[in-house]
Design a protein around this ligand. Sequence first.
Ligand code: MG
Length: 256
Amino acid sequence: MTSLRYGSSSDTGRVRANNQDSMLEEGTLFAVADGMGGHTGGEVASSVAVQALREYREEGLTRAVKLANRAVWARADDEPGLRGMGTTMTALSLVPAGTDDDGDVLLIANVGDSRTYLFRDGELTQVTQDHSLVEDLVREGQITEAEARIHPQRNILTRVLGNEPDVEVDEFPVIPVAGDRYLLCSDGLFNELEDDRIAAVLRRIADPGEAARELVRLANEGGGRDNITVVVVDVVDDDDASARASAVLAANGVPS
Ligand code: MG
């Protein structure tokens, strides 16, 4: 069995009146969702999405995110006060790669501009791709990453949960390796804190909950202009799973 250790922190920040982020940490399933729309819409959207993800987890990660989209969309359609609400979602799930002996694989799903990063061998890499206007502009070479962080239209998303009955979900499979840390976070973290400062905290603080709280503290110190949510998941033991899971993935492809 692959074993994980994890911790989290979420905060309203220093400017917003309420916290519209939601998160989930449940043994082998983790998520961060950043809601938007109206004065209560954002909170409802992110919490409906996270509850649906948990409820449908047995259906597979991508399918569960699609059902979460449907749940938010249906609720927005039902209640006039919630019309137009939506939410991001980045989720991480530990699942068996094949049969009992094949080890485990981590699946990462994403819609919107919350992020999952991998911290491995002291290096921080963003696993997910943002679905945002500024990400498109960076990719086209029109603006830099630094300009994206302060761009006036940085909140415009090109893909979210809840606006349409169906949504395309990005999925990234990764082999769990002992010593790896995964960081799930809302944009309230990385818009206030550059990657090298995030990496420095993950390098310095071993306890995942403590690391999450320190990241939130630094984002507040940096301005705290948005809600900040951080989940840190450490792969403690991979039970030699990586070698076996790699072989199974190579042979069978990614489990759904
Ligand atoms: Mg946000």
